[in-house]
Design a protein around this ligand. Structure first.
Ligand SMILES: [Zn+2]
Length: 465
């Protein structure tokens, strides 16, 4: 049997951490078993569905390199198929039209609650055959009255539901739209899904879907329900704890490698191993090691893993991510920047903030630093360094260091003051890696123009005085 799994999000919001984790587990399970992974967009919820969220789903998966073999399928394009099946079910008596008014249903519900019963439809219309299509109606599934639905969840073990507890659920609304659980069951059948891996919030949908699948004579897939993700306070993960949307993590400068690595470990383990390449994930992933208990989201661990990847991936790779992040060219200059700046930082955002003055568009002069260092007593040293740099034959950090050192000796100015003055002039701020390395990186042209701007700044102060 060829394994086939699916990721089936509803485009009603940005994909959150939990959804991406189930996508990852479904994808890994398919890849581990050399099976097929499909993407299905469950867009039947017309009111909440938005096109921009479909794009966000596809962007998120592409960013994380979770690739699909089939799809994206859209439920809204399959209405003919759903209606064919509903009509067949009406003929066979596994579904029926219900013409109950809202008033009747409200009264039914009230009286059931008063009598301490679980509110459910009472089957009033089940025996009313041959109702005309012209009368407004919904179509209900005729759920079995007796027995149990039992399934073996790959993560949670045996789960049992009493049919008496299940409702005759509406499978087509009065406006002609088929409903969620029905579409999901039919899709899983039509698409040959062998393993449904999804969040545990779907457990209560599973017996409904199994009963529908049985009624249409379909195979029942294997189910695996992944636990919830909680915040550190033990409450369901929400915006209070951390960013929820996965694309926010891209904006904050996390690497796809780090997100995947963090998410696989959030609820799955292999010995004490923390760092997994994608091919290791594919080789090692099995459902029986997925935890039954809820996972606790920990932003510091995600940062730690991100730092690990920034530290260990080749500079070329980090430069590629950084160029996308900062929207600049990925060239040899950027690779050198990563080599000079890269190691200490936890996110691309941090690297970007620290190194952006290496590019003309991002330069910003910190006025406090400028007032402290760009004053008339340092005018001469900046001028001297500018002249020497213009005459340099070999543009490298060693020669630049020589120039700085010689200027310090010639003008009898403390080396620390020379470096700080130069640093403020060139980077706009008072902290950076070795200034000779920065000057080498940004090149003669930008360096000289910034020194000249600093000299102008000093002149202007003098005029003002
Ligand atoms: Zn009815």
């Amino acid at each position: 049997m060829k394994i086939k799994t699916r990721f089936a999000p509803s485009p009603t919001g940005n994909l959150h951490i939990g959804s991406i984790r189930t996508a990852l587990y479904s994808w890994l399970f398919a890849r581990h078993n050399r099976g097929i992974f499909i993407l299905r967009i469950e867009d039947t919820d017309e009111e909440r569905y938005q096109k921009k969220f479909v794009k966000a789903i596809i962007d998120s998966l592409n960013w994380l390199k979770i690739d699909w073999d089939e799809g994206p399928y859209y439920q809204t394009k399959r209405f003919d198929r759903y209606n064919d099946i509903i009509n067949n079910m009406l003929n066979k008596g596994t579904a029926y039209k219900c013409i109950c008014s809202k008033e009747r249903l409200d009264n039914l519900r009230k009286s059931q609650i008063i009598n301490g019963q679980k509110p459910r439809y009472d089957g009033y219309c089940k025996t009313k055959y041959n109702l005309s299509n012209n009368i407004p109606h919904v179509v209900r599934f005729s759920n079995p009255q007796e027995g149990y639905v039992i399934f073996n969840d790959e993560i949670r073990g045996r789960i049992k539901f009493n049919n008496k507890e299940l409702d005759d659920l509406i499978i087509r609304r009065s406006d002609g739209y088929p409903t969620y659980n029905f579409c999901v069951a039919i899709d899983d059948w039509d698409m040959g899904i062998t393993h449904v891996i999804r969040g545990e919030d779907h457990i209560n949908n599973t017996p409904k879907q199994i009963n529908i699948l049985r009624a249409v004579g379909a195979n029942i897939p294997t189910y695996a329900h992944v636990s919830m993700i909680f915040g550190p306070d033990g409450k369901k993960l929400s915006k209070r704890h951390a960013a929820i949307g996965i694309l926010q993590y891209r904006q904050q400068g996390y690497l796809p490698e780090a997100i995947l690595n963090y998410l696989i470990r959030l609820g799955w383990s292999h010995k004490n191993k923390e760092i997994f390449t994608v091919s290791e994930m594919i080789n090692l992933f099995t459902l029986n090691k997925v935890s039954k208990s809820p996972s606790i989201f920990n932003i510091n661990k995600l940062k730690w893993i991100n730092h690990h990847y920034i530290n260990t991936l080749p500079a070329e790779q980090i430069a590629k991510y950084l160029s996308q992040y900062m929207n600049i060219d990925c060239d040899s200059k950027l690779i050198k920047i990563v080599e000079v700046f890269g190691k200490g930082y936890k996110t691309l955002q941090e690297i970007s903030k620290s190194c952006n003055y290496c590019y003309e568009n991002f330069f910003e002069l910190n006025i406090d630093c400028a007032n402290k260092y760009l004053n008339y007593s340092n005018y001469k040293l900046l001028e001297s360094i500018r002249s020497k740099l213009l005459l340099t034959c070999n543009w490298n950090s060693e020669n630049i260091h020589e120039i700085i050192l010689n200027t310090s000796k010639e003008l009898k100015v403390n080396m620390n003051i020379v470096c700080m003055t130069l640093r403020v002039a060139i980077t706009g701020n008072d902290s950076s890696p070795s200034i000779n390395k920065i000057i080498e990186l940004i090149g003669l042209k930008i360096t000289v123009s910034r020194i000249e701007n600093a000299l102008d700044f000093i002149k202007n102060i003098k005029i003002l005085k």
